[in-house]
Design a protein around this ligand. Structure first.
Ligand SMILES: [Zn+2]
Length: 179
């Protein structure tokens, strides 16, 4: 995984503006989740259209409780926001091929597998959540992964985690390395 600080030209700034607006929408969408531990929202965007959405929760028809009784742990059948967005598009006439996934927190390993298989080409997220292995997997699959950080009222691109892709953003300074 490569994480870099970026300097942008006009086109890249416009893309950042779009990315940050969609990301803000995922944060609002996360409010739909009835999970108490963490609310996560996701949007799938293709050709500037939102083709699917999701937030973390139990499958349709199950009670709206994410946590095990008396334990600070999610039930094993809780679906993550990304999985809900991807499976929702599977039931529609749309295709996630080539889409961008916006999600409030970085995808876990399980969701990253789904993201790769769904043909998603870009992932934009707002904050890192615990393990980095999911993001590492996306990076290995050649998916462009962008970490947008909120500083005050402004979003800033702080990371791009795919070294090989034709990126929207020019990579200038190595911020953190590994992978
Ligand atoms: Zn997940």
């Amino acid at each position: 995984m490569q994480i870099k600080l970026l300097i942008m030209d006009a086109r890249e700034k416009k893309q950042l503006l779009l990315d940050s607006r969609y990301l803000r929408m995922t944060q609002i969408w996360a409010e739909n989740s009835y999970c108490r531990r963490r609310q996560v929202g996701a949007l799938l965007v293709k050709d500037k259209m939102i083709i699917s959405d999701g937030y973390n929760g139990t499958p349709a028809g199950f009670e709206n409780v994410c946590e095990e009784d008396g334990v600070d742990r999610s039930k094993p059948y809780v679906l993550h926001a990304e999985a809900n967005a991807i499976t929702k598009v599977a039931r529609s006439n749309n295709s996630s091929e080539g889409a961008t996934l916006y999600v409030t927190t970085s995808p876990c390993m399980e969701c990253s597998k789904l993201i790769i298989q769904a043909g998603i080409k870009r992932v934009v997220f707002g904050e890192y959540y615990r393990m980095h292995d999911g993001v590492d997997l996306l990076c290995r699959a050649g998916i462009e992964v962008i970490h947008l950080w909120k500083r005050g009222d402004e979003y800033q691109v702080v990371a791009i985690t795919n070294d090989n892709s034709e990126s929207h953003y020019r990579e200038v300074e190595k911020y953190m390395a590994s992978c």
